[in-house]
Design a protein around this ligand. Structure first.
Ligand SMILES: [Zn+2]
Length: 285
């Protein structure tokens, strides 16, 4: 996997690794999910790297880490029997928690990367991890990636080092306005409003910016359902209209649209598809 990281963001991760004082729990927040993912991979590689200057990105351990098959790096996946990207408490216990006290295979440390942890780990799972976070064995590193650390339990984040990645794309007001328009279209009774909001985004960059800003609103809505209040009027409009399940479905479909944008896709077709998906999710009974 390629590491896609802004230079400043890369430096903050490498700085932490080379300080030789990587904390037991690190939360990587900010930027977008691809950058957070890269930052987590880089940090994990740095933790297992066998060179004198970690992460060297060329030793055997680094290569395995970057390719995703290092035996001491675990990336828990959502439970297969559950919709909506959640790792069940049972699977967390059976597949991961029960193994955490087992010594690492090759490296000095075992690394667990909880990607997009606000979605992956519900409150019960975060609580189940707490005991290990509070009294971690020497050779354990937890990495959580999340849009905003605030969407994790206070008890978790108060014990973690939080690294905030900066946005490489500027989240200008245009994107914010466009995201608010999309929300307006989603909560509207008329399909036309949604078509109009998406139709205004006449090139790929604008659509990407708007969808990224929209995703941040959806993530804040998820935080709201977890009991974290918001001042954001756009987010409030969402939460008044939609439940958690629908918001998660919207995050998924928006993520899919953003990845399609990276391909050679016809913009109008993509917009029409997205509009129908949004309608399906928000208006289905
Ligand atoms: Zn290395």
């Amino acid at each position: 996997m390629d590491i896609i990281l802004d230079k400043d963001n890369e430096n903050s991760i490498i700085g932490l690794i080379r300080s030789r004082r990587i904390p037991h729990t690190v939360i990587i927040e900010g930027a977008d999910s691809a950058e957070r993912e890269s930052a987590a991979r880089l940090l994990a590689a740095g933790a297992v790297c066998t060179s004198d200057e970690p992460p060297c990105l060329s030793c055997n351990a680094c290569s395995k880490a970057l390719e995703g098959y290092h035996p001491d790096i675990f990336i828990p996946e959502p439970s297969k029997n559950l919709k909506s990207g959640i790792l069940s408490l049972k699977d967390l216990r059976d597949n991961y928690l029960s193994q955490m006290s087992v010594k690492p295979n090759e490296a000095d440390v075992k690394v667990y990367v909880f990607s997009e942890a606000d979605r992956l780990l519900r409150e019960d799972s975060q609580n189940a991890l707490l005991k290990t976070i509070e009294e971690p064995p020497q050779n354990l590193l937890f990495i959580f990636t999340v849009g905003s650390a605030k969407s994790l339990l206070l008890t978790v984040r108060s014990r973690a080092r939080i690294i905030t990645l900066r946005h490489t794309e500027s989240f200008d007001e245009d994107c914010e306005d466009a995201a608010a328009d999309i929300v307006g279209g989603i909560v509207s009774l008329y399909e036309y409003d949604l078509l109009l909001a998406l139709g205004r985004l006449s090139d790929k960059e604008r659509l990407r910016g708007a969808l990224t800003a929209f995703t941040e609103k959806l993530r804040l809505a998820l935080c709201f359902y977890s009991g974290i209040p918001t001042d954001d009027e756009t987010v409030k409009r969402l939460t008044r209209k939609l439940d958690r399940t629908r918001v998660i479905a919207l995050i998924d479909i928006t993520g899919e649209a953003v990845s399609r944008l990276a391909t050679n896709v016809n913009l109008q077709l993509l917009t029409a598809w997205l509009c129908s998906q949004y309608r399906r999710i928000t208006w289905q009974k």
